[in-house]
Write a protein that binds this ligand. Structure first.
Ligand SMILES: [Zn+2]
Length: 191
């Protein structure tokens, strides 16, 4: 979320517990929670106030959002990587990570439908899925794998050549915040 969304989040919290919000509070909360999605953070906040009388701290939201993302993954599995990636283990792994990231983000993926909230898959999930998911606790690690795999093609969006990272269009500044442009991830067969 951006700073305006952090203000929205803090306003929602203050509506319940009447805390005071100034620029310092906004900056500090944004530093801690800025990487989270606003809707997820609001959902975690609602869950906290519905289930606890503890004074809400950022850690409650971080933990709550983790739970929301884990729940999405528990209700969904990805299909196997596309056949054209079957001879490239690293690309297949990156494809799987990309799918897992999307599911955790609550985005639709081209795979088996999710179960209704609260339900769990019958039986254990595919080993490959679980192993990849376990290895993904560190989001940056997942991004790095996807970035490396996407390097095999040129980026149709920013024009980065094969082997070169994506840049902010019209500059030489490496792209931050995501591993590569969506168009390149798609071009590499990873979306
Ligand atoms: Zn690019």
């Amino acid at each position: 979320m951006d700073k305006h969304q952090t203000i929205d989040l803090l306003s929602a919290i203050a509506a319940i517990d009447k805390r005071k919000i100034g620029q310092t509070e906004v900056n500090t909360w944004h530093m801690i929670l800025g990487h989270l999605d606003l809707d997820d953070a609001l959902q975690a906040t609602a869950h906290h106030f519905a289930t606890s009388t503890d004074y809400l701290m950022p850690v409650h939201i971080v933990t709550g959002v983790k739970r929301i993302r884990a729940d999405r993954l528990d209700r969904s599995i990805t299909a196997p990587p596309p056949a054209e990636l079957s001879d490239d283990a690293r690309a297949a792994q990156a494809w799987l990570q990309q799918q897992i990231k999307k599911i955790a983000d609550g985005k639709a993926v081209n795979n088996l439908p999710a179960l209704p909230p609260g339900e769990r898959r019958p039986g254990p999930p595919p080993t490959e899925f679980e192993r990849t998911r376990d290895a993904m606790d560190d989001d940056d690690g997942a991004d790095a794998t996807i970035r490396r795999a996407a390097l095999r093609v040129a980026c149709p969006h920013c024009g980065a050549l094969p082997g070169k990272p994506c840049v902010l269009s019209g500059t030489t500044t490496p792209l931050k915040g995501k591993p590569a442009h969506d168009a390149r991830i798609e071009a590499a067969g990873l979306s």
